[in-house]
Design a protein around this ligand. Structure first.
Ligand code: SF4
Length: 451
């Protein structure tokens, strides 16, 4: 049997391991996925491992793991070595050396099937294709009732923002067949009563064609979605606004900066004053949607005052339900072995020096984030400090995807009440409620896999 340990992200099960499991099962393998593996105790992991056979293959997905959340992975890999069970680690940049095999990349159906076939001496192989992806949620997934589940309608992004390391960026790939996509949604609805979904596609609205396919496939349903949305495209796609308002209840934008020079440098060059107006228009029209955006500190040309002004604008207008500031993420260039951003690969040309020493420290974990210094002397540690202090100013700013995931255990009314009532600032009741809700969700999966 193939056993896949998967991370849960922001209260939702993560999609990749289930997508790979579906592809393996279609080719005759028996697979079991264990979601939210970082929530298991050592005792629970021991209990599971005792039931595994020596010919099993234990796979671990590392996509969402950073730093201290890796402790269970280390424990699983070490225990498997002692028990003589083969291990495979997968992820965008897996750097763990304790496993027998590793596969680098995201959505690696083909590579994983090929390797597992070799290890199990099976020969059936048909290449994975997104347009004919017939993934459905089944009873063997053992999801919780009303689960908010990840789904995909495509796997590409036509843009190539210079800070982005998403592997399939800058490509024009296929969309899923609308009937097959609908079957994915209906399978979850029938089995688990699910009606809220997380679209894991990196950019939901990058083409009118994709929007047509999507809305055609969900016709006559009340399904709700969380999605990554490009704000600049959304304002040009007004013909879709009524449908988007009905179905996309949780939007995540990547505005990244309200400094014009920085925006131009990353490939998002709209005048920030216009971006602010767009935000206000979108806020007014999509009045019952959760809107969220991330902002980057340390882009070419930005100053500390820019981030502070942005925070003041967001806080005073309340045009977003949530936002976060993050230090620019750069990796020490590694010869193109893994997917890296343009800024990482061409750091000197873009005005950055990336520290190798930090990279070596980072290689102990599953991510390769490196310290950097900009040509004007501004550094990643200053950017991190500023991000932290700005993020502390507002407590209620969970990402839209996490808000969507909370629908498994909270009603929309409860979410809205909790989100909007009270003054902005520290709100312990919100923290308590969301912490409890996330715990309920992850516990449900851990208990399921142990029973
Ligand atoms: S940041 Fe978003 S829009 Fe830009 S390349 Fe990456 S996935 Fe595409």
């Amino acid at each position: 049997m193939i056993r896949i340990f998967s991370c849960g992200a922001g209260g939702s099960v993560s999609f990749g391991p289930h997508a790979i499991s579906h592809h393996l099962e279609k080719h005759g393998h028996t697979v079991k996925v264990y979601d939210f593996v970082d929530k298991y105790t050592k005792h629970q992991i021991d209990y599971l491992l005792r039931s595994f056979a020596s010919e099993d293959i234990v796979c671990v997905s590392t996509v969402f793991y950073v730093n201290d959340k890796n402790k269970n992975i280390d424990y699983i890999l070490d225990s498997c070595r002692v028990l003589g069970i083969r291990t495979l680690v997968g992820g965008v940049n897996p750097t763990k050396t304790e496993s027998d095999y590793s596969i680098i990349g995201s959505y690696t159906e083909n590579e994983t099937l090929s390797l597992i076939n070799k290890l199990t001496k099976k020969i059936i192989y048909t290449p994975f294709s997104i347009s004919n992806n017939d993934f459905v949620w089944s009873s063997s997934h053992r999801m919780m009732k009303r689960a908010v589940l990840p789904v995909e309608i495509s796997r590409h992004c036509v843009f190539n923002c210079k800070f982005c390391s998403y592997p399939s960026r800058g490509t024009k790939g296929d969309n899923r067949n609308p009937e097959l996509f609908r079957k994915t949604l209906d399978s979850a609805n029938t089995l688990y009563d699910s009606s809220v979904f997380i679209l894991v596609c990196s950019t939901f609205n990058d083409s009118v064609e994709k929007l047509n396919v999507f809305f055609e496939s969900i016709k006559n349903t009340d399904y709700e979605f969380a999605a990554y949305i490009r704000l600049d495209l959304l304002v040009k796609q007004r013909q879709f606004w009524p449908l988007i308002k009905k179905h996309i209840k949780y939007m995540t934008f990547g505005i990244e900066t309200l400094n014009w020079e920085s925006g131009k440098a990353i490939g998002k060059g709209t005048n920030p004053e216009i971006v602010k107006k767009w935000l206000m228009q979108v806020r007014e029209y999509f009045d019952d949607c959760f809107l969220y955006s991330s902002f980057i500190i340390g882009l070419p040309g930005d100053r500390e005052q820019d981030a502070i002004s942005t925070q003041i604008f967001l806080s005073s207008t309340k045009c977003l339900n949530g936002y976060s500031f993050n230090s620019l993420y750069l990796e020490y260039p590694n010869g193109g072995k893994t997917s890296q951003s343009v800024f990482s690969v061409e750091s000197a040309a873009n005005g950055y020096t990336i520290m190798k020493q930090q990279d070596e420290i980072a290689s102990q974990s599953y991510i390769n984030s490196s310290a950097w210094v900009r040509n004007d002397g501004y550094s990643s540690s200053e950017a991190e400090k500023l991000s932290k202090s700005l993020n502390m100013l507002e407590k209620r700013k969970l990402p839209s995807f996490s808000m969507a995931a909370l629908r498994s255990v909270l009603t929309m009314e409860k979410l809205r009440d909790t989100w909007y009532t009270g003054t902005f600032g520290v709100d312990t009741s919100f923290d308590q409620l969301t912490t409890e809700a996330f715990k309920t969700i992850s516990n449900a999966y851990v208990e399921n896999s142990l029973s």
